[in-house]
Design a protein around this ligand. Structure first.
Ligand SMILES: Cc1cc2nc3c(=O)[nH]c(=O)nc-3n(C[C@H](O)[C@H](O)[C@H](O)COP(=O)(O)OP(=O)(O)OC[C@H]3O[C@@H](n4cnc5c(N)ncnc54)[C@H](O)[C@@H]3O)c2cc1C
Length: 396
């Protein structure tokens, strides 16, 4: 099957790149390993007779600073599907007690450190180095570090501080934070249906060859796609493996990056069976899970949903035991369960030099690389990377 561009990986990086390529009039194909596109940007739906309830197992919140994403949302006629997220608190689990994040902070220590907020620059500093000066070492160790670890579901002490929470220009007329009527899957579906984009799911790419100026891409089902331009929108380790035989230097540079697996279990419970007060998420320091993100931000009349993001390697029995303990229910009250494994990058200070070298290596090639390991892991970082790669393609 022939296309102008073949994109491997149908997460938000691959989808947004496909959107830009199709907009430029290119016949674009996405090959996605899973049964549906979306990757970490993929709502899951529980249905039973008349019941229908979606919840997120990966990304859950978009912001009015996600300008490139908003441009795509508007082009896909989804602006009317944007809905607010209810203001419910993030809670810390202290033993068996849920406490607000703010009540866990030592205010005197925080006040003493506040002046640093105006003078200290994030650039070149790790999350630990920067934030322990902004809120105080005690506050950082006891509270804030657990909140940060919950964002990419892994220890973040060594993450570059300027890549965690970026300040970006905002669209003031758009809700500060939001989701969509059908969850983030609304966006995935709309992009996948756009004119000029063909999405093939359950197609894991296993081999890539480069012959006479075209790429030949093979999948586990034996499908062979060919294109003048290849884009990889898979986790860095997968992209490295796929490029091994055709671009050994780039594959080697990709292999320098580390990533973490996030082992997530989503559960649905009837509202009447749960006494935990509405929360945005439960963050549990030094536990087998980093966070349990709830759907209470978009309340439903009948159901509540929680996505528990576990450290890798825990047994199924331990994970389920912890879920029922934290929710204070018996196992038979869980009416639906769904598991996924996502990959998030483990970024380190100095990542920008890695990125500069990667862009130099890619220069002049008809090979595009996008993903959550370039400018940051937020949805907007992924879309922005795809936008700049599509611009490189246009420049030729
Ligand atoms: C639990 C969690 C919560 C998050 N919350 C937020 C949030 O609220 N807001 C925010 O801005 N960001 C959030 N993020 C970050 C953001 O969601 C991700 O960084 C982003 O969605 C990653 O998109 P991606 O397309 O780069 O990668 P992925 O979503 O990982 O997509 C890669 C795709 O490639 C496919 N693939 C892999 N190998 C192959 C192969 N050989 N052949 C074909 N296909 C292949 C995979 O199946 C996958 O679909 C969160 C992430 C996680 C994990």
């Amino acid at each position: 099957m022939k296309s102008d561009v073949v994109i491997v990986g149908g997460g938000i990086s691959g989808l947004s790149l496909a959107f830009y390529c199709a907009k430029a009039g290119l016949k674009t194909t996405i090959l996605e390993k899973n049964e549906s596109a979306g990757g970490s940007f993929n709502s899951h739906r529980y249905t039973d007779n008349d019941a229908s309830f979606w919840f997120e197992l990966g990304a859950h919140t978009c912001y009015n600073s996600y300008q490139n994403l908003l441009d795509i949302v508007e082009a896909c006629h989804l602006s009317d599907s944007i809905i607010p997220r209810e203001k419910v608190p993030f809670m810390l689990l202290d033993g068996k007690q849920l406490k607000s994040v703010f009540s866990s902070l030592n205010i005197f220590e925080a006040l003493k450190s506040v002046p640093n907020m105006f003078s200290l620059k994030k650039e070149g500093l790790s999350v630990r180095e920067y934030y322990s000066k902004i809120v105080g070492v005690g506050n950082y160790n006891k509270t804030l570090s657990h909140f940060f670890n919950a964002v990419p579901s892994q220890p973040t002490d060594d993450f570059p501080a300027d890549m965690m929470f970026k300040s970006r220009p905002k669209r003031k007329e758009v809700l500060k934070n939001y989701t969509f009527t059908e969850g983030l899957q609304s966006v995935t579906r709309a992009i996948a249906k756009s004119k000029g984009i063909n999405v093939f799911t359950s197609q894991e790419v296993t081999g890539i060859e480069y012959l006479e100026g075209r790429y030949a891409i093979t999948t586990t089902t034996g499908m062979i796609h060919s294109a003048a331009t290849l884009a990889l929108a898979t986790p860095s380790a997968v992209s490295s493996r796929l490029l091994q035989t055709i671009e050994a230097d780039i594959a080697g540079h990709l292999a320098l990056l580390k990533a973490a697996s996030v082992d997530s279990i989503g559960v649905v419970v009837k509202k009447k069976d749960l006494s935990v007060k509405p929360v945005a998420a439960i963050i549990s320091p030094n536990d087998i899970f980093f966070s349990a993100v709830s759907r209470d931000t978009v309340p439903d009349d009948n159901y509540r949903g929680f996505a528990f993001h576990f450290r890798p390697g825990e047994s199924e029995a331990d994970k389920m035991r912890r879920i029922v303990e934290v929710l204070g229910i018996s196992a038979d009250k869980i009416i639906h369960k769904h598991e996924v494994i996502n990959t998030v990058p483990s970024l380190k200070v100095g990542h920008k030099s890695w990125l500069e070298k990667m862009d130099t290596m890619l220069s002049g090639k008809n090979l595009l690389l996008t993903g959550n390991y370039f400018g940051g892991m937020a949805i907007e970082d992924c879309v922005s990377r795809s936008l700049s790669e599509s611009a490189r393609l246009k420049r030729g």
